[in-house]
Design a protein around this ligand. Sequence first.
Ligand code: NBP
Length: 486
Amino acid sequence: MGEAHADIAVIGLAVMGQNLILNMNDHGYEVVAFNRTLERIDDFHAGAASGRDTIVGARSLEELVGLLRRPRKVMLMVRAGQPTDDFIEQLAALLEPGDVIIDGGNANFYDTIRRAKYVEERGLLFVGTGVSGGEEGARHGPSIMPGGSPEAWPLVQEIFQAIAAKTQDGTPCCEWVGDDGAGHYVKMTHNGIEYGDMQVICEAYHLMRDGLGLDAEEMAAVFDGWNEGELNSYLIEITRDILAYRDASGELVLDQILDTAGQKGTGKWTSVSSLDLGVPVTLIGEAVYARCLSALKDERVAASRVLTGPAEKEVDADPGVVEAIGQALLASKIVSYAQGFMLMRAAAASFGWQLDYGAIALMWREGCIIRSQFLDRIQEAFERDPDLPSLLLDDYFSEVLARCQAGWRGTVQLAIERGIPVPAISSALAFYDAYRTERLPANLLQAQRDYFGAHTYERLDQPRGEYFHTDWTGKGGAIASSSYSV
Ligand code: NBP
């Protein structure tokens, strides 16, 4: 057994694990590397880690544990799910009180809550952390969103903040998020927002391609322009580059890609959680469904030959229309982030977390897929009012929405007239209109519920919490259903 001098161990030598190890090592940490399939350790040493003698391969978990300084820190970067549980069980038998198990995979936050309890019951500490930024982020600075046992934070803070992305003023995009599953919840919400950002961008592309007839270079130029302004972000930037990318034969690669989207589940988890908590996170929901609908390729091809759309109508691709699409993109994005932060607020109340929303915006500022200047505005909004119920009510965002409104509505109108689906952009507008409506038609809904199920209703002229029932048909009894919320 080797000497115990390594700072941290990383288990899982796929793209994320390898790059995190190199990143840690660049920052002066001695790292133990381990993988289920041992050949990967040899490949890593012969390849990306060659010449680095402070990256040490372990051939077994016993050896790994023996190489680590106490309190030991072992980070899992393996496929989320059963492999994580299997490693936790094996490690729990080998580690000693005060040692830390870190799960950096994309775990479901319910699993993280369960695992934190399991690990803590064994006298160990647990960190469930979101790591975002893909391969490049892991290598050069990811956004890291850790939660779990609070006593573990001082033990991992230095390493995490050293390897994390930094904002312009040097602030690390890594802060303690909260107890048990809080870190993975925030990472899940990040991924959900990522789904939404990608979908609204795709809708803008669809409108410009099929609604305005712009070619790839023209669209790349539009995205380039957007990237110079309020929409500046990593996803807008890569979209610009993707649009203009040609293969060796000069063909546009984007035009050769099958239009069915994949997904790994974090967008769905965000939507499921929003339904569980009763928060209207409509844009992310639409983004998930848009991926599902895209996957029905054969059905869509058949339907395209049967179902008719609106009559063809020429639309001038004048700069005003393109600008309106940009405004629709920005306004929809504001709604989506407002919904995401509403969701985290509800989750914090439900799971007992103390979330710092400004710090979360800052953590997403660099290193992750949704990084953008826009997040500075969100951080400022929560700095102005940490208890802001909705970003839409912040002075800056309400002003932007007012400014973008005409273009946003015009874009949805254009999409409807041309028969081009814009589920995320239009649902964002519907949310905006519903959110700003003092009197929604839910009075009728309550009447219907009371009519058929005696579910009762509250009255405008009576205090909240007092319930009334009407015998609508004259044939019902006086008994009301017990009230419940849906
Ligand atoms: P993968 O998600 O592809 O996982 C590969 C690793 O999991 C390998 O080390 C593999 O070992 C191990 N593994 C598997 Br698969 N099944 C196992 C099992 N039954 N028992 C033990 N080990 C098993 O790698 P990744 O893309 O680097 O992602 C790692 C984690 O980080 C995942 O949870 C992922 O969701 C998360 N994440 C990924 C990204 C990204 O951009 N890729 C971004 C952010 C977070 P083997 O070599 O023996 O098969």
